[in-house]
Design a protein around this ligand. Structure first.
Ligand code: PHE
Length: 341
């Protein structure tokens, strides 16, 4: 019995030192394991007188239970301490300033395209798109530019094969949309998109740029409809005080054709107004109507084409077209100050 007392006392001393799961396990083995102290002590029961054995067995069991329970409690304490330590280490200081997450913004070119779309949508137009890799047929022939037509030289093209090229203008979308209408009006669309020309890139030229094409085909569409539409558009985008001026020009797919200028300064002084060229336009050529399945005796139409880069450059005072494509964050941020502050 005094041996049992000693075992218990020894356990109580040792368990005080235990501070992790591993040494707790070792302690358990030392006392309760197959070769543990209590197992060994049990073997001595046979040396006792038979009447002493039950009391001895009972005491051994009590100590076993005591040690088992104590080990479980100690394990819990160790776990709790580990958790507390972990929580203390991982404490989050919510008063620290946060990392700034930069938001992306809309490129000013896309902004102006959206703005132009809105203006025309409010006049009842819908937005159409066409392929950037285009056939010679739609890029030129359907627009009254047969093969070997000298006006093809106006637009230096990237040919992929004899019949396929990167579209040089958004005008082929006109032809595609007219064909879809099966010879019946009205057609009233704008077509924004990328176009490609063999130009050397500089401040005002890019081998890839964007255009927005406009087309209206219906009965009784006249030149004055074109003029009124463009005047409304120019004033909506640049300001009420803007005036437009039309100069005769040439495009193979329109007749008559005009180049459109916008006043840029001295608007109140008729004599000294300054003008900047902004778009090309005209009445849809009867050949173009015919090829796209419209009867030119019944239907007339107007078309116009503009470069959104030029519109944005004038509107925002941007001097280099390459700014739209080179993703200089400091340039782009100026157009999204509302998002990044
Ligand atoms: N497609 C012409 C160009 O790129 C512009 C234009 C479109 C002119 C529609 C008249 C009518 O030069």
């Amino acid at each position: 019995m005094s041996l049992l007392e000693n075992i218990k006392r020894e356990y109580i001393e040792l368990v005080k030192e235990v501070s992790d799961e591993k040494s707790l396990y070792e302690l358990k083995v030392k006392f309760l394991g197959k070769k543990g102290q209590l197992t060994e002590v049990m073997k001595r029961a046979k040396d006792l007188a038979p009447e002493e054995r039950p009391a001895f067995g009972k005491s051994v069991n009590e100590i076993k239970n005591y040690i088992n329970q104590s080990i479980e409690e100690t394990r819990k304490e160790i776990e709790e301490r580990a958790l507390e330590l972990k929580l203390a280490n991982e404490e989050i200081d919510v008063t620290l300033p946060s990392k700034k997450i930069e938001l992306g913004g809309v490129n000013p070119l896309n902004k102006i395209i959206e703005e132009i779309e809105e203006i025309f949508i409010s006049m009842g137009y819908s937005v159409a798109e066409g392929p950037e890799v285009e056939t010679d047929k739609f890029n030129f022939e359907m627009l009254n530019l047969p093969k070997d037509h000298p006006a093809r030289d106006m637009q230096d093209s990237f040919y992929i094969t004899d019949e396929l090229l990167m579209r040089t203008q958004t005008s082929p979308v006109q032809a595609r949309e007219m064909l879809k209408a099966n010879g019946r009006g009205p057609v009233k669309i704008i077509c924004p998109g990328k176009v490609f020309r063999r130009d050397n890139d500089d401040a005002t030229h890019s081998h890839q740029f964007t255009q927005i094409e406009g087309l209206v085909v219906d009965k009784n569409i006249t030149f004055s409809d074109l003029k009124g539409t463009l005047e409304h558009f120019i004033q909506a985008i640049f300001g009420e005080n803007k005036k437009i001026r039309l100069r005769p020009s040439f495009f193979p797919f329109t007749e008559p054709s005009v180049e459109v200028d916008v006043s840029w300064g001295n608007e109140d002084d008729e004599e000294n107004i300054k003008w900047l060229e902004i778009l090309g336009a005209g009445m849809v050529h009867p050949n173009v109507l015919k090829m796209a399945g419209f009867d030119p005796e019944l239907y007339t139409g107007f078309a116009f084409g503009m470069g959104p880069e030029r519109v944005a450059m004038l509107k925002y005072g941007i001097s280099d077209i390459r700014n739209f494509y080179t993703n200089n964050i400091r340039f782009l941020k100026q157009f999204n100050s509302d998002r990044n502050d």
